[in-house]
Design a binder for this molecule. Structure first.
Ligand code: C5P
Length: 232
């Protein structure tokens, strides 16, 4: 899979999601299904989007004891999605268990990436809420190295951190980056943001874009702007 723009379909129902994607008329954007949609609609929404020909990032950010994560992953592997994730803070052992659960008997599996630190977390929250005294960048790189050690394919991080992740973990280790905003747009709750063009120049492999596309007056034009800046 090459560089691509993934639309975060943070909608409450399958109906709203399918209606939204109908606007793309024949184009099949790579989509992200998150907790809201998955918990609301269950696995059937994944199958529906699959049948329509979309590639899918199932963003459920698993974080539990290794055995539970392994078993949950073995359920997700049969949904035939392209990309799934866990929290790197669940430990190397948990990430290894996730990979085991995700791998099919024939050795194939979806890509697995780990969330380093959420792009809504800033240095102050890291220190005050999580009692982590290290600089954000050190924490992200440490978690990325843990993910690589566990055999994962990459991490979810801020585009601000993508270059450092590649430097530390190698160029083929994926940097999937939410926290993307147009320079003329609203950052909302995201704290560590870059534009699609900046994410490209800094080496993101996939950008995950939600509200700048889903809440745009013309979502198709906003998506195309992302693709033009990030891929072309
Ligand atoms: O609307 P917005 O572009 O902020 O959406 C970003 C999407 O990426 C959301 O679905 C959010 O859950 C997800 N995400 C994130 N930060 C992470 C991991 C995932 O914003 N570190």
């Amino acid at each position: 899979m090459g560089k691509d723009v993934i639309i975060a379909c943070d909608f409450p129902t399958a109906e709203t999601t399918l209606h939204f994607l109908d606007r793309f008329q024949g184009r099949k954007p790579f989509v992200k299904i998150g907790m809201e949609l998955f918990y609301g609609e269950g696995p059937e929404v994944v199958r529906q989007l699959r049948r329509r020909g979309h590639r899918i990032f199932l963003d459920l950010k698993l974080h539990d004891i290794p055995n539970t994560v392994k078993k949950a992953m073995s359920v997700l592997r049969d949904l035939d999605v392209d990309l799934v994730n866990v929290h790197a803070s669940g430990t190397v052992r948990m990430m290894e268990a996730a990979l085991e659960g995700l791998t099919r008997p024939d050795g194939s599996r979806p890509l697995l990436v780990a969330v380093t630190q959420l792009t809504s977390t800033d240095q102050q929250a890291l220190e005050k809420d999580l009692l982590i005294e290290k600089p954000m960048e050190d924490v992200v790189l440490h978690y990325a190295l843990n993910a690589r050690r566990a055999g994962l394919d990459g991490v979810v991080c801020s585009p601000l951190e993508a270059a450092k992740v590649h430097e530390a973990c190698g160029p083929s280790f994926l940097a999937v980056t939410p926290g993307v905003r147009f320079p003329d747009g609203d950052a909302g709750d995201q704290k560590r943001v870059l534009s699609p063009a900046q994410a490209k120049s800094i080496g993101s492999d996939y950008i995950v874009v939600g509200r700048p596309v889903t809440a745009a007056e013309d979502p198709v034009a906003a998506y195309e702007r992302c693709c033009a800046e990030f891929i072309d």
